[in-house]
Ligand binder design. Sequence first.
Ligand SMILES: Cc1ncc(COP(=O)(O)O)c(C=O)c1O
Length: 819
Amino acid sequence: MAELADHMGMLDEMVTSAIDAGVAHHAAEDWRLDGRTIQVEGNKVVNFSSCSYLGLELDTRLIAGAAEAAGRYGTQFSSSRVYLSAPAYRELEETLGRLFGGEAIVAPSTTLGHLSALPVLVGPRDAVLLDHHVHNSVQMATGWLRHAGSHVELIRHHDLERLEERTHELAREHDEVWFLVDGVCSMFGDLAPMAGLRELLARHDALRLYVDDAHGMSWCGPNGRGYALSEAPLHPQMVLVTSLNKAFGAAGGVIVLPDAERRRRVRTCGSALLFSGPIQPPMLGAALASARIHLSPEIDSLQTKLRERALQCHTWLKAADLITPADPRAPIQYVEVGLPREAQHVVRGMIDDGYFPSIAQFPAVPVKRSGVRFGLNLHQREDDVRGMIESLTHQLARLEQQRGARRRPGLTATRSIDAPVGVRTIDSLRVERVRSIRELDVQEWDRLLGARANFAAASLALLEACFRDAPEVEHRWAFYYYVIRDADGHPLAATFCTRALWKADMLADRRVSERLELERTRDPLHLTHRVFSMGCLLTEGDHLYLARDLDAPGGIRMAPVLGRLLEAIQKDAKAEGCANIVLRDLDARSEPLGAQLREQGFHPAEAPESFELRIDWEDREDFLRGLSKKSRRHQRQAVAPFDDAYRSVVFSRAGEMATTRHLDRFEALYRNVKHTSLDLNTFDLPRRFFEAAADRPGWEIIALFPSEAASSEAAPDDLPVAAVVNFVGEENYVPLVIGLDYDYVRDRGLYRQCIRAVVERARERGCRRVNLGMGAPLEKARFGAKSTPRCLFVQSHDHYIHDVIAQMSQQAGGDPQKR
Ligand SMILES: Cc1ncc(COP(=O)(O)O)c(C=O)c1O
């Protein structure tokens, strides 16, 4: 999957949209806090966004502890701990050591705890397996590990089987294999499978378990030592990092290590412990007071109270048919809504109803799994929780109503306030959806899309013949054609999509592809996924027809038309089990389109550069005159000297017939290119594609044979040294696949001669454009070809595949995208 364009830009857009929707960047306006409510925009609301689950932040003993420490030591003790620690530090670390049953180091925060511990504990000869949902602060620290030479890879969330398999494999080449996971998932509230993890620790000596239990702290486990240690003590192969910032009611993070030597190393070398300031005295005082509560029986009754509240909440959620991935005991609950905009709408409605939950959206959760996250705590009352769930249910029902209204385009159109003046609204749209080009009016189809690259009906007929219902899973594509029509049957939008198996690294750094191809010698389908995309793997260009008068004065609004199309596409993608939808290769400048797609949870990514050459010249002289001076020189010096080195033959139904020997050769040449470049890492095309291209109307294969003078033993003049498979449209000539003998590329200008042959043939066939496609930008530009910026729009229910490739690309030190 292509790297999403401009991560920071996207983040900015996401957070800004939440701010604009009134669900982020609020500030509490209270003069005094009571823990239960906060004042926001002048209104009192019940706070469901706090992580102080036991409500200890207002406990008088903690407040007194903070005040007393401030009185004794001042507000600040400004010295690095490498030189000097404030008096209360030693006592706090000893107390926490007892509480956790391990060797404790207090860090200024959990994040700084990770940044201190991980680079010391994990060496360059170790491997790191990251749980896909592990907290961002842990992922941040693994950036350093990768930089230092450790191998880092992602594991699907809580996939213990894969964890064991990879531990086993990695242990052969690495000293230790670290698995990094959250005890309690900070967004979804689900719990790490600790029992299974302990079994793995027992079976694999090389395995090390590193748990971030920030959200498991205090409300669970003996002495509130957290979820991860609730069932068994600290394992000798385990490290725990947890938080004093959340249910503990104070500030800071704690690193708990299984032995004194490891503690010494982290304390001595941990970067934040060397170079950052400490927790300040008031918070040390509060932490000591909290630790005393944790070490007393009182913690059990607090835990019991919260657990009862959580179980009660879970029962109410269930009764309201609200599904949550959270554990029923956890104080974090999550209800998925859908698109970010929809989740924002629900959260905003809840704030207006008097409840303040947290919005959960990308990048904390996948785009299409945006939702409402709420925390339970002991300040809230039972009826607060019940009221909050009622509000959530009510807001979800409102959303459902609006979704229904949106599906009825006439209604949306009349209600819309942003329709340009004079734009017609419509009462009915018809979605025509078929599974084969044969079921469509092909003349109409060709009128709408036929003049764009190879989307003409004749081209699609061949692609269907080769890939629909194919016997091999990697070549089995499902075709979907969509035409949206107005009440009179006029087409307003049209496109086609395919469901196909993609290699996850299709557009990734070539080093990533090289590594994965090695793995695929064992398992050919390794890291592949079903993608629902506009067009197919053998088409390029803007696949979306939109009637020109959409949104024009007197025309129909584009939004409902596109809305219907997207709805149909998303429904089919879901039925096909595709977690990713890719809309290609849309005009990057088209803002109304881009804005609507973004609103629907599609995110833009730069499409690989693709070249088009216009044939607006009569002969070679005319062609050369149209080029820049530099390109003319290139043609004279690098192309022309080999003009006579090859003879070009066209294999097609009307032309030369391809024999088995020719076809073998075409395939072999194609594989040469395919296996050398890995530029667009797809599955190798099947033989039947070459057979069909040499025999189907509208298709032809141009083969270049060495002229007698240029032939050699390795390439006799009756076998081609290059082959280009082309679709010949009414206006477009589309070379899709190329095969080359590289000996001739290096020494005898073969690639350039292929472009020349293709361009000349296109002119001969009366085409006005040649779609030269991706790759070799310089070579193509020197023939006068131009590229237009294009965008992919990606909608993802599950980022795992994307994140794995991004991780691998970082490991390879490359750009996640090849181009
Ligand atoms: C699981 C997890 N780990 C770490 C952190 C970061 O904690 P801190 O603010 O102490 O750095 C958070 C923050 O919410 C978290 O949820």
